[in-house]
Design a binder for this molecule. Structure first.
Ligand SMILES: Nc1ncnc2c1ncn2[C@@H]1O[C@H](COP(=O)(O)OP(=O)(O)O)[C@@H](O)[C@H]1O
Ligand SMILES: Nc1ncnc2c1ncn2[C@H]1C[C@H](O)[C@@H](COP(=O)(O)O)O1
Length: 222
């Protein structure tokens, strides 16, 4: 019996991993997909044509980048549901608007007209009864120091050149955002409780925790 069956996780579940930059979403996406034998939906960072430009000049490229991410995530959403689920997704579509677009508009690095155009498009695409929401959102949280350490360790130049205040503000915004999020059931996990790198039993403990969350809340019983 595999881990998915052992802990009674439906084979058609769509689980999205949310959390600030560097917290460990991609690492957990891969580990959970391996453990559950699910497909993955990753953010493509290396092939994103706007990301470097954006980090160089937020004001100029915010709108382009948000439109690009929205299109990419929407295509991924469609792909996951066309397969009939069984996916782990690296970052939710909700964070684009709830964290990034909002933060840049409020900081003045995305102008109000662009923000409104983007928000209208997001709502028309996502906030409809036809848009399938994930079955579960796993929210990864951790201390600011740990997260800054991980951003450093990963070593993406564009992120390392960004002033640390940007990551501090994002960390705070994530806390507010998740406390108000109600798009789908949320399981909060602290990164200090799971060591996917060094603890060989970690993946199974995670799957067990997800399984018991699902049983308790019956979130995936259809
Ligand atoms: N459980 C973990 N323990 C230690 N380091 C980790 C862990 N998970 C991720 N990392 C490291 O932290 C950095 C960021 O992880 P990543 O999964 O790319 O984050 P995200 O996708 O949230 O931006 C990477 O260098 C990764 O190797
Ligand atoms: N919607 C977004 N707006 C701006 N920047 C974004 C958005 N989504 C992701 N990003 C950035 C943040 C990171 O530099 C990379 C990848 O994110 P990660 O959390 O490391 O997966 O893209």
């Amino acid at each position: 019996m595999n881990l998915r069956e052992k802990y009674d996780i439906p084979s058609d579940a769509v689980i999205t991993i949310a959390g600030t930059v560097g917290v460990g979403k991609s690492t957990m996406t891969k580990a959970l997909a391996d453990a559950l034998q699910f497909r993955t939906s990753f953010e493509k960072v290396d092939t994103n044509p706007y990301l470097d430009l954006f980090y160089d000049d937020f004001e100029k490229w915010s709108f382009h980048l948000q439109i690009y991410f929205l299109a990419e995530r929407f295509k991924e959403q469609k792909r996951m549901f066309e397969y009939g689920g069984g996916f782990i997704q690296d970052r939710s579509i909700y964070e684009d608007t709830g964290i990034f677009a909002k933060m840049h508009q409020e900081k003045g690095t995305m102008n109000d007209v662009d923000y409104e155009t983007y928000t209208n498009l997001f709502e028309a695409m996502v906030m409809t009864p036809y848009f399938p929401h994930p079955d579960l959102l796993i929210y990864l949280e951790g201390s600011l120091d740990d997260i800054l350490g991980r951003i450093q360790e990963r070593g993406r130049a564009m992120e390392q050149q960004t002033p640390v205040d940007y990551w501090v503000e994002m960390h705070e915004r994530y806390e507010t955002w998740i406390n108000n999020f109600n798009g789908c059931p949320v399981l909060r996990l602290n990164i200090s409780d799971y060591d996917l790198m060094n603890d060989p039993d970690c993946a199974e403990r995670l799957v067990e925790r997800i399984g018991s969350f699902i049983q308790q809340t019956s979130v995936l019983k259809r």
